[in-house]
Design a protein around this ligand. Structure first.
Ligand SMILES: Cc1cc2nc3c(=O)[nH]c(=O)nc-3n(C[C@H](O)[C@H](O)[C@H](O)COP(=O)(O)OP(=O)(O)OC[C@H]3O[C@@H](n4cnc5c(N)ncnc54)[C@H](O)[C@@H]3O)c2cc1C
Length: 456
């Protein structure tokens, strides 16, 4: 990028929020996937007006612009593969309004999910989407990836909570859609288009989110199995019985032991499978659902059921779940998390199939799943420098996706496509539909400057 153009950008944000030294740029060249690419410039805007001005200049010179939240994506989504500008949204991190009588809050995109949760905890309301990265990922990044998490089984994913948005388009034009109303069918539902678009259609600068009342009570149990198949079968038995837990998470033996090695919290090392199950609602409802769940768990040969008796015990169990990725990442230089998703009834078949693929390719891989909604997370510890191993990883991933598709599944339940899964898109989306997506992209971003090379 030439000096004159850089000066134009500098005049918008000023020296203190302008970065072009290599040592600064490197920090914005990667996410939690395996691909790196250094941008030419990093800008840290603080307002919609600044972002609009930046995009006008970028559009004029056809310079790629990639918005970035916390950089925690697992699919390469915020990596600036064509260089250009990284727009770090972290300084736009204010919670602008919480309005519980009207059940909404308004936030800037750089607000950390966990900070919003903490603010809402002062009221009788909460914001359900709870990605494992909630302590550091941003609401803007959650929206752009349509993030999910354990609670999404019962409560739905990010897009189910977006009431309205302000977005700066590639041209620099600012559009606002949706409203503060939980019911609103005025015009096209554009929020559905922008959720999951990975920053390829516009830069989101303000988000209105729905919030919901906190449940009165929780019950959290850990069910221990000596056979992974039994734990998987329990999942569809519970859902099939008409019980929708707040969360229903599965861990295999590799992960039980890896998490235990890293955290030492007393998980049963000898178990082949664990289910972490949480129900919420009124006292009466949680007791009733818990009794039914225990029945299903025992009829599928569980060898032990442990119930969290205190808030601290509940937190410990959830901490174990949230530490899967960092625990697994300790084993080798790299860790690839896959995200294929199938209908709940196919979970047992999928788990057996993934295990067989892992064994076939002799990989170090643990299987976790948001099992209640069929969202599989094989976590493969690997070393990018080991070409033979990476070839086996690639083959295994392709076969896992083929298996998911053969079971009426999909490529991604929550992590998105980014760079990681683009080459597999045709397995899940037919040609006319992909063409329609490209037509949409072309219409809103004719020069293709917004996060090129991602999502579609
Ligand atoms: C340990 C760990 C656990 C995780 N657990 C989960 C999980 O349980 N569920 C889940 O869904 N994901 C999970 N993730 C993945 C990741 O945290 C999510 O995808 C998250 O939503 C990314 O948010 P971010 O702020 O880090 O965004 P980034 O990674 O910085 O960006 C993600 C995408 O959003 C775009 N973007 C960011 N801000 C904007 C904006 N304002 N306007 C337009 N586009 C924007 C970027 O261009 C990029 O395409 C996990 C990741 C890690 C490392």
């Amino acid at each position: 990028m030439n000096t004159l153009i850089k000066k134009e950008f500098n005049s918008i944000v000023g020296d203190s929020r302008f970065r072009d030294r290599l040592e600064d740029l490197l920090s914005y060249s990667y996410d939690a996937f395996t691909v790196e690419s250094v941008p030419d410039l990093v800008l840290l805007p603080v307002s919609t007006a600044e972002i609009s001005a930046i995009l006008k200049v970028a559009s004029e010179h056809q310079i790629p612009v990639t918005a970035r939240g916390a950089g925690s994506s697992i699919c390469g989504a915020p990596v600036p593969v064509n260089g250009g500008i990284v727009l770090s949204m972290t300084m736009m991190n204010r919670i602008l309004e919480t309005n519980t009588p009207d059940r909404y809050c308004i936030v800037q995109p750089g607000v950390i999910n966990g900070d919003l949760q903490a603010e809402l905890a002062k009221s009788a309301f909460f914001y359900p989407p709870d990605p494992g990265s909630m302590a550091f990922s941003t609401i803007g990044g959650n929206l752009a990836q349509n993030a999910g998490g354990p609670r999404c089984l019962k409560y739905g994913v990010t897009s189910d909570y977006v009431l309205g948005m302000e977005v700066v388009l590639a041209s620099g034009d600012v559009i606002r859609f949706g409203s503060r109303n939980v019911k609103d069918v005025t015009g096209y539902r554009l929020s559905g288009l922008f959720c999951g678009s990975e920053g390829t259609l516009g830069v989101v600068t303000e988000i209105t989110l729905k919030v919901v009342p906190l449940p009165e009570a929780y019950r959290t149990v850990l069910a221990v199995f000596n056979d992974l198949d039994d734990s998987a079968a329990t999942v569809s038995d519970i859902i099939g019985a008409g019980i929708l837990p707040a969360a229903l998470e599965l861990l295999d033996k590799v992960l039980i032991n890896t998490v235990e090695d890293a955290n030492n919290i007393g998980l049963p090392r000898e178990a082949e499978g664990l289910l972490l199950i949480e129900v919420d609602g009124s006292e009466e409802q949680v007791e009733k659902e818990l009794a039914l769940i225990v029945e299903k768990v025992l009829s599928n040969n569980a060898v032990d059921i442990q119930q969290a008796r205190t808030a601290e015990e509940r937190d410990n169990l959830w901490q174990a779940r949230r530490s899967l990725y960092p625990s697994m990442a300790r084993l080798k230089p790299n860790c690839i998390v896959e995200d294929a998703t199938v209908p709940t009834s196919k979970v047992p078949e999928m788990i057996r199939g993934i295990r067989a693929i892992i064994d076939k390719y002799k990989l170090l891989c643990g299987i976790a799943a948001h099992a209640g909604d069929g969202n599989m997370h094989p976590l493969i510890a690997c070393d990018l420098r080991d070409h033979d191993e990476m070839e086996r990883v690639e083959k295994a991933i392709e076969e896992i996706f083929e298996l998911a598709m053969a079971n009426n599944g999909t490529l991604s339940g929550e992590h998105g496509i980014g760079i990681a899964k683009r080459k597999y898109l045709s397995m899940a989306i037919d040609k006319p539909t992909l063409k329609f997506m490209h037509t949409l992209k072309q219409a809103v971003d004719p020069h293709g400057i917004l996060n090129p090379g991602k999502a579609i």
